[in-house]
Design a protein around this ligand. Structure first.
Ligand code: NDP
Length: 337
């Protein structure tokens, strides 16, 4: 049984030495328990927060403890009346091969799910986040212009596609020409701007000639700087994530722009609201699942998975996720099905 534990708390960007791969015995189950064998492990930006002991909405991972994470597992052994061997479940068993569960918090995925790993992406937490943030906070109206960054990622790709379904003009922001092309040609965005381009802010302004009605915030930093002057009166900002800041050790240099931000929010009556998906919307998962499965079945949603083989590669794959090295929803295949 392999497990990856948190060896040290990163200062700035995480490095390989912050993680440690350990070998332990496969745990044994007692009455009322199941032994889960992980097949897929989700890698998500929030894990950077769990590596840090700064105050947040969730407790940090303790040093020496297994890294947390959503997993799709198969039941290997069962002493639980509701579960049978071979059945698939969505679990939160973290960066390890085996885990014991008493069934609490497991979501059944059936004996033969068509795409078991979708439960970590399009049909799971990231898809749900895109859906609730855009629809409940962004409140898209036909003809609105939506801007979303990390546009080809797990959340952003869904935000833009749902925006198109709702009749909006969607402008993505992504890192590099290949991702931008994919956003336009495959995801169907109206435009997508490379945030690494020198004239990024001008290009974004050109792509948003009618201004921005919804900015779905995933990244912060210079993308937000470019968005701020383009926001329309009455714009909405679902504040979902700030990935460009997750490795920061201090506030950015430069003039204090707080009064400019506050002034813009005031004069343009802009609504900006943060949210934490399961804390705020757990009771609305079924609504999301019904819509998303229908859109998938109708071919209205494209989903790109960035599958990395091997639990041992999770640390590097996670470090890369924070640097934009993923192309689509990053998932580790920990074991074969
Ligand atoms: P992604 O699959 O989008 O992967 C992260 C992407 O972020 C990278 O591929 C990269 O894309 C982009 N990125 C990284 N650094 C920068 C930077 N400095 N400037 C601009 N872009 C950058 O991740 P997710 O879809 O899983 O998550 C997206 C956001 O949503 C994160 O901020 C995450 O924390 C947040 N989130 C919030 C939730 C909530 O409940 N509030 C729940 C789930 C996610 P590129 O190469 O295109 O720049």
């Amino acid at each position: 049984n392999r497990k990856i534990v948190l060896a040290s708390r990163p200062v700035g960007a995480p490095v390989a030495e912050d993680f440690c791969l350990q070998q332990t015995a496969v745990p044994t189950i007692t009455e009322g328990e199941v032994l889960l064998r992980s097949v897929y492990l989700s890698l998500d930006p929030y894990m950077r927060g769990r590596m840090s002991d700064a105050k947040s909405y969730a407790e940090p991972v303790a040093l020496g403890e297994v890294m947390v994470g959503g997993t799709v597992c198969q039941v290997e052994q069962s002493n639980h009346a509701d579960y049978q061997k071979g059945e698939w479940v969505l679990s939160y068993s973290g960066w390890q091969d085996y885990a014991i569960s008493n069934g609490e918090g497991l979501l059944k995925l059936g004996m033969h799910p068509t795409h078991p790993s979708y439960a970590l992406g399009v049909m799971g937490m990231p898809g749900f986040t895109a859906y609730m943030g855009l629809l409940d906070i962004g409140k898209p109206q036909q003809g609105d212009t939506i801007v979303v960054a990390a546009a080809t990622g797990a959340v952003g790709s869904m935000v833009g596609q749902i925006g198109k379904i709702k009749g909006c003009r969607v402008v993505g922001v992504a890192g590099g020409e290949q991702k931008c092309r994919y956003a336009k040609e495959v995801l169907g965005f109206d435009d997508c701007i490379d945030h690494k381009a020198e004239d990024f802010a001008e290009k974004l302004a050109k792509a948003c000639e009618q201004g921005i009605d919804i900015y779905y915030e995933n990244v912060g930093g210079k993308v937000f700087d470019a968005v701020l002057p383009l926001l329309n009166t009455g714009a909405r900002i679902p504040l979902c994530g700030l990935i460009s800041q997750y490795n920061a050790t201090e506030l950015p240099q430069g003039p204090d722009r707080m009064s400019m931000l506050m002034g813009t929010l005031l004069v343009k009556r802009i609504k900006m609201q943060g949210f934490i998906i399961f804390d705020d919307y757990a009771d609305r998962y079924d609504e999301f699942a019904a819509d998303m499965s229908q859109w998938l079945a109708e071919g209205k949603i494209h989903y790109r998975e960035d599958l990395v083989q091997g639990l041992e590669n999770a640390p590097q794959a996670f470090i890369g996720l924070l640097e934009g090295k993923n192309f689509g929803k990053r998932v580790i295949q920990t074991n074969s099905a």
